[in-house]
Design a protein around this ligand. Structure first.
Ligand SMILES: Nc1ncnc2c1ncn2[C@@H]1O[C@H](COP(=O)(O)OP(=O)(O)OP(=O)(O)O)[C@@H](O)[C@H]1O
Ligand SMILES: [Mg+2]
Length: 356
């Protein structure tokens, strides 16, 4: 697979989207005509609701099976937040065995889009199904570690030691969390040195894959929380993974930089890891009351089609609160809408990447 697989992700397309959206002039000027009689060029802005209604709807490529309602075979399907008919999400059965792990990187070089929140809460939701889950904090900010109640500056050993010291084993660094079935490979600021030191290494892009190899049989799912960059650490994460989830904040500049991300993914697929696939694009911080958020999601669906998860994560103050208490939403507020959304996401991820 290469970047040409993703329709509409060419740099120009997104630049045009951003530029057109900013200035409200997506269409070219009409040919020269007498100034007074010139028809106004067709315009599309991102805000008025009537323009939203007129926009072409994304074409859903759902199978007949997806669309067959369980309860009422003749009833109409509800349109989900992504503008497509909402399928019945498959129930997750208990695991029948452990491993080999599906390794999935949360990746978007844009900062603050919900990578860490998704790693922690998707991981916790999968762990609830009885599957063994390992979260790898692969960001020197140590946010995933903090979000699970681990203080990065107190760590004696972190993922940095595992990468750089051959005599350190994963078992020495991995910690159990308060959530059953959920383990953490923590990180702290030391990891920023690895980005520089790895450059000298032979097969530097394969370092994380090499250290993970012995523990792949011990887990059903390994989620890697990437830093907001496309540097060597992120390339290591993509090389060690078989799937990528791209969290995307449902806001104006969300699509900016996606072309660069898909380009990097394409290069990793071609040169380092042909089994890498995009598992899905996840809309985060969605505010369904604004037409703007819906238009951004529509545009993402037009570009990525059925790769966009039907589940979206709505904006709520609950997530910042969970960081303070250092636990996932699934245990902090188990019956909240936010916890249910991450459980739905777990169903979609496990349907696309069967594990356990
Ligand atoms: N659905 C949501 N609703 C409201 N706030 C959210 C939501 N998801 C995440 N947040 C908050 O947004 C901030 C950024 O989220 P998060 O740390 O998950 O992003 P990130 O992509 O990992 O950031 P970075 O690129 O810095 O690693 C955090 O304060 C988090 O609590
Ligand atoms: Mg983060």
């Amino acid at each position: 697979m290469n970047e040409s697989t993703f329709p509409g992700t060419e740099q120009n397309d997104f630049e045009q989207y951003d530029a057109g959206a900013q200035h409200g002039t997506e269409q070219p000027e009409p040919p020269a005509a007498p100034a007074a009689e010139a028809p106004a060029p067709p315009q599309r802005t991102l805000t008025p609701p009537e323009n939203y209604a007129a926009m072409p709807r994304p074409t859903a490529k759902l199978t007949a099976e997806d669309l067959a309602p369980v309860s009422d075979p003749s009833g109409p399907r509800k349109i989900g937040p992504t503008g497509r008919p909402m399928p019945d999400l498959p129930e997750v059965l208990p695991p029948t065995k452990t491993g080999p792990a599906q390794v999935i990187a949360m990746c978007n070089q844009k900062g603050g889009v919900g990578k860490t929140t998704t790693t922690i809460n998707l991981g916790a939701a999968i762990a609830e199904t009885g599957r063994k889950v390992l979260l790898i904090d692969f960001d020197p900010q140590g946010s995933a570690s903090i979000g699970l109640g681990v203080q990065p500056h107190d760590l004696e050993l972190s993922v940095y030691n595992l990468l750089m010291q051959r005599d350190i084993t994963p078992a020495e660094v991995i910690q159990a969390t308060k959530v059953p079935n959920l383990d953490l490979l923590p990180a702290n600021i030391d990891l920023s040195a690895a980005e520089v030191q790895l450059v000298q290494e032979v097969a530097r892009e394969y370092t994380l894959q090499r250290v993970l190899e012995p523990i792949i049989p011990n887990y059903d799912v390994i989620l890697i929380d990437c830093a907001p960059s496309l540097g060597l650490l992120t390339v290591n994460a993509l090389t060690a993974s078989n799937g990528i989830v791209v969290p995307l904040e449902c806001e104006f500049f969300a699509l900016r930089g996606l072309a660069m991300l898909t380009d990097t993914i394409g290069k990793v697929q071609d040169r380092l890891n042909p089994k890498l696939e995009i598992v899905g694009i996840l809309g985060t911080m969605f505010d369904g009351r604004t037409t703007h958020a819906r238009e951004v999601l529509d545009r993402v669906v037009q570009a990525f089609d059925e790769r966009v998860f039907h589940t979206v994560i709505r904006r709520t103050v609950k997530f910042p609160e969970t960081t303070v208490v250092g636990e996932p939403i699934t245990t902090y507020a188990p019956s909240s809408q936010a916890a249910m959304q991450y459980r739905d996401l777990a169903k979609e991820v496990l349907a696309r990447c069967p594990a356990g």
